[in-house]
Write a protein that binds this ligand. Structure first.
Ligand code: PMP
Length: 361
């Protein structure tokens, strides 16, 4: 059987070219006569690869000088707490912009290490839009402002970085990093779990403005201290070596595909075709998100009759469209269409949706 189109929200599909290369190199990597998984993270070959991966990421995102790039563990969830641990001094508060489940969780988990202030929440509206910045209650003395740049479950996405003035902006980009160019200088911290647009689970990329590293000075066990990780170039302890290697292959693949400008065009097109299929279905399918903030990565949709959900999932799976079941919080369907999803995958899905609607009208 052939590989199917995988619409999983994460761990998500990886570029097939990357998986093939990893397969070819699995037993003997370069001249090492061993697998990359079997080598010391302090050996020359691994360290060279690791440095190249960092450089490729810096090139792709045009990360300016003055930012450190860390390759860490713990999932984005651990960093919900670790970020305030590092960035907030005892007794300080931080502003959280709550636009869906993930930014809400970040606030919840942040509470252990900072007075978390909800600057705004769209929960009462069912998280269907991102409230205009004029409605946020931001505080000038906040340690940082936290956003989730893409809400993986509810399917909404910031189009641009909000302006938070002198207060550092911290963004959970787990589900849209590398999907388009961004202006890194507008952020204090960008962090992302790898398992959607970067590589396998087990790795977190954290990009941090250097001056913020001073805030943790000597207050934390080293394993929690971003400054210590930066000093050791993310080799303070054993990093997730295979995930780092695979992320490096994904960065090279992104470069070979034309970088983030090309990725943005590719992702815009896929999302436009999928939303057009939903909106043009005469109500058979629907997506309730404010069109101006609809996610280009995660597209939740419902069938007009939830009694058809199980059949939709069964039939779609049979024709090689995997993991379309919506998140348990919302039910319905969700198609995640990260960088690695080809346009043909989206077209196979929209064709299936039209056919399903015709047959079960
Ligand atoms: N933030 C966002 C936006 C996510 O989508 C997820 C996972 N789906 C997380 C955080 C949590 O990531 P992890 O499971 O790696 O801790």
């Amino acid at each position: 059987m052939a590989r199917a189109f995988n619409f999983s929200a994460g761990p998500a599909g990886l570029p097939e070219a990357v998986l093939r290369q990893a397969r070819d190199e699995l037993l003997e990597w370069g001249d090492e006569r061993a697998s990359v998984m079997e080598l010391s993270h302090r050996g020359k070959a691994f360290m060279q690869m690791a440095a190249q991966a960092e450089q490729d990421l810096r090139d792709l995102l045009a990360i300016p000088d003055g930012y450190q790039v860390l390759f860490l563990q713990g999932g984005a969830t651990q960093h919900f707490s670790q970020i305030p641990m590092n960035l907030a001094l005892p007794g300080q508060s931080a502003d959280y912009v709550v636009t869906g489940t993930w930014s809400q969780k970040a606030m919840q988990e942040g509470r252990f290490f900072v007075q978390a202030h909800q600057a705004v929440s769209a929960e009462a509206d069912g998280y269907r839009t991102i409230p205009a910045q004029a409605q946020w209650q931001l505080r000038e003395d906040a340690a940082f402002v936290h956003i989730a740049s893409n809400e993986t479950i509810h399917g909404l996405e910031f189009r641009d970085a909000p302006d938070t003035g002198a207060v550092p902006l911290v963004a959970d980009m787990s589900s849209n990093i590398l999907s388009r160019p961004i202006e890194v200088s507008r952020y204090g911290v960008i962090y992302a779990g790898a398992q959607k647009n970067i590589g396998p689970a087990g790795l977190v990329i954290l990009i941090v403005r250097e001056d913020l590293l001073a805030r943790s000075a000597g207050r934390l066990p080293r394993i929690f201290d971003y400054a210590a990780h930066a000093e050791q170039r993310s080799l303070l302890n054993t990093p997730p070596t295979f995930a780092w290697y695979l992320a490096g292959l994904v960065f090279q693949w992104l470069k070979s595909e034309g970088g983030l400008e090309a990725m943005a065009r590719h992702n815009d097109r896929k999302a436009a075709e999928l939303y057009a299929a939903i909106d043009g279905s005469g109500g058979y399918y629907s997506n309730a998100i404010d069109p101006s903030v609809r996610s280009r990565m995660n597209v939740p949709f419902s069938l007009h009759d939830a009694a058809l959900d199980a059949l939709f999932l069964q039939e779609s799976h049979e024709v090689g469209l995997l993991a379309l079941k919506g998140h348990r919080l919302l039910g319905g369907m969700r198609a995640s269409i990260y960088n690695a999803m080809p346009l043909e995958g989206v077209r196979a899905l929209t064709a299936f949706m039209q056919d399903f609607a015709r047959r079960h009208g």
